[in-house]
Write a protein that binds this ligand. Structure first.
Ligand SMILES: [Zn+2]
Length: 177
């Protein structure tokens, strides 16, 4: 089932996610729903807090292109980035941050430990776009968004613009009634 994605500045996005301990059918269903939601958007990844579940689970789109129909994705449970090297600046966006992208500095290469859907430990290296997506999604689990990694000035300009956008939208909805 496709879930509603929670949008900034909703305070739910600031919550720190708790580890997953039960590898049951409920978790399998959550993973299925998150994959469907991510491809519907479409996005490069999705973290459980973005659909209002404060748990340490992220989905990463591993299709060659974001729009590809092959729909490959991996689920990382209780992920930990335990090593990082190099740095790279690139443009980032987020399904929870509407109408905004910014340059963000991230590690170029990382090593990740996580559990898979069956609770088995996985340990792997990632680089470039794949590494960026994992770093972005893992930030969500700590209640952090990419706009927390840009300059305070840029962030306040975006906040002001967002307020106006949301106000205009509300006016429109009231007018429609
Ligand atoms: Zn995001």
């Amino acid at each position: 089932m496709i879930k509603k994605i929670i949008i900034y500045p909703n305070p739910i996005l600031k919550k720190v996610a708790r580890p997953i301990i039960n590898f049951d059918d409920e978790l399998k269903q959550l993973i299925t729903d998150m994959i469907a939601t991510m491809f519907d958007a479409p996005g490069a990844g999705l973290a459980a807090p973005q659909i209002g579940v404060a748990r340490q689970l992220v989905i990463i789109n591993t299709s060659k292109k974001k729009e590809d129909a092959d729909h490959k994705a991996i689920a990382l449970i209780n992920p930990q980035i335990y090593a990082g090297e190099g740095s790279e600046i690139d443009t980032e966006g987020c399904l929870s941050v509407i109408d905004y992208t910014a340059e963000v500095e991230r590690f170029k290469k990382i090593r990740v430990k996580a559990l898979d859907a069956s609770g088995k430990e996985i340990d792997f290296a990632a680089e470039d776009f794949f590494a960026r997506a994992i770093q972005h999604e893992c930030d969500h689990l700590r209640g952090k968004l990419f706009i927390d990694r840009i300059s305070p000035l840029k962030r306040s300009l975006y906040k002001r613009r967002l307020k106006k956008m949301l106000a205009a939208e509300n006016k429109k909805q009231v007018g429609d009634k």
